[in-house]
Design a protein around this ligand. Structure first.
Ligand SMILES: Cc1ncc(COP(=O)(O)O)c(C=O)c1O
Length: 390
């Protein structure tokens, strides 16, 4: 019996990738026409644009005035590793992970930096670590929004304001969509490619005064490549945090980020951006609630992401398939969605349980999410019918 007929309506924009994420509504290459291309990034025009990107980030994300904001190489990964390599080792470290990207930072701390005093705390996909066991008098490395499981920090309540250690937070798929409690965070990183739909070349590195104090008072025992170095002669290189980047940035990417920031501002700022992601999540949640074949990977609403929304198929027949067959089933569903031109790049991450991951960040239009959802039922049912004939 067909319960999910083929819908008539298609999303106007089928781009639901979790990174690079879709551009803001109305974006075109014309948005980049004022880019300072073919000019030195150290010329006034380039430096002004880089400084503008920093100050508009501060305004939109409500970053405290005494926090430094730098534009650094190698996207979010570059920013996180620059912080880890520059700050860790002064005291014990707790590394926390509940999905692939967090696990990457565990590997960095344990196997690459080989920290002598490191504890790891891990939870499976869809769950979160019990933070009551984490000691904030040690340095703590964690991801605010786990992009591959769709699990986010519920808030920063478990982080003491008077901690002795530093908190290093990968917030790349949270920034501009979720509240970040600045007083609880010493290092925050993100890339332009996520909630704002920018490009992936550069990372943003935000440092609290305590993180700067650490940089100026502690020298790691391992060598630091030039692109990680933030101090000279024991003092912070302040220029990095005013737009004097360590190496050459792409002024085209900078222009694109400025365009995204201007769009965010024109909507009404952070609250409006968060509201767009929340509305997108709600469109998914309404569908999930009405359909038993699918559920959120993050069952607990308090930790459910409003950006990287991960779904799994909970239908009894599909759940009874072997792990390989479940993965093949989910792939079949995403292939159908792609072939119909209704959803691109919505397969779950390669290490995550099979299912769908629908980006719901601010650049995605709620009408498109609403239009997509019935297609998921149709694709699911179409794929399930193939099981019977196989
Ligand atoms: C939580 C998280 N951390 C790190 C990364 C890596 O980001 P980038 O490729 O921008 O370095 C991603 C990318 O999706 C991510 O989602």
């Amino acid at each position: 019996m067909t319960t999910h007929a083929k819908p008539d309506l298609r999303p106007a924009n089928p781009r639901f990738s979790s990174g690079p994420c879709t551009k803001r509504p109305g974006w075109s290459l014309e948005a980049l026409q004022d880019a300072a291309i073919g000019r030195s990034h150290r010329a006034k025009i380039g430096k002004n644009k880089l400084a503008q990107a920093i100050e508009e980030t501060r305004e939109l994300l409500r970053v405290p005035a005494d926090y430094r904001i730098g534009i650094v190489p190698a996207s979010d990964t570059g920013a996180v590793e620059m912080a880890m390599w520059s700050l860790l080792g002064e005291r014990g470290c707790d590394v926390v992970a509940w999905e692939s990207f967090g696990s990457g930072w565990v590997t960095d701390a344990v196997k690459q930096l080989k920290l002598s005093d490191v504890r790891k705390f891990e939870a499976g996909y869809g769950e979160i670590v019990d933070f009551s066991k984490v000691h904030f008098d040690r340095d703590v490395v964690f991801t605010w929004n786990g992009t591959t499981s769709g699990v986010k920090m519920p808030n920063g309540d478990m982080i003491p304001a008077d901690r002795a250690g530093l908190t290093i937070c990968d917030a790349t798929s949270a920034a501009f969509a979720q509240d970040l409690p600045w007083d609880k965070l010493d290092v925050v990183t993100f890339s332009w490619q996520k909630v704002m739909g920018g490009e992936a070349a550069h990372g943003m590195l935000i440092l609290s005064p305590r993180a700067v104090e650490r940089l100026e008072s502690y020298t790691p025992s391992w060598p630091l490549p030039k692109i990680f170095r933030m101090t000279k002669g024991g003092k912070l290189i302040e220029g990095i945090f005013k737009g004097e980047t360590i190496n050459t940035p792409s002024m085209l990417c900078v222009e694109d980020y400025l365009d995204a920031l201007a769009w965010g501002k024109s909507l009404g700022g952070l609250d409006a951006l968060k509201a767009r992601a929340d509305a997108n999540l709600k469109a998914v949640a309404d569908y999930v609630e009405a359909n038993a074949f699918v559920d959120f990977l993050a069952r607990d609403e308090a930790i459910r992401s409003n950006t990287s929304v991960c779904l799994s198929f909970t239908d009894a027949e599909v759940s009874a398939l072997s792990a390989d067959d479940q993965a093949a089933f989910a792939k079949g569903v995403t292939k159908l969605l792609e072939e119909e031109g209704v959803a691109l790049d919505v397969g779950s991450y390669r290490d995550a349980p099979p299912g769908l991951r629908i980006w719901c960040g601010a650049t995605v239009e709620t009408a498109d999410v609403e239009a997509l959802m019935p297609w998921i039922g149709w694709a699911f049912e179409t794929q399930k019918a193939k099981l019977k004939t196989a």
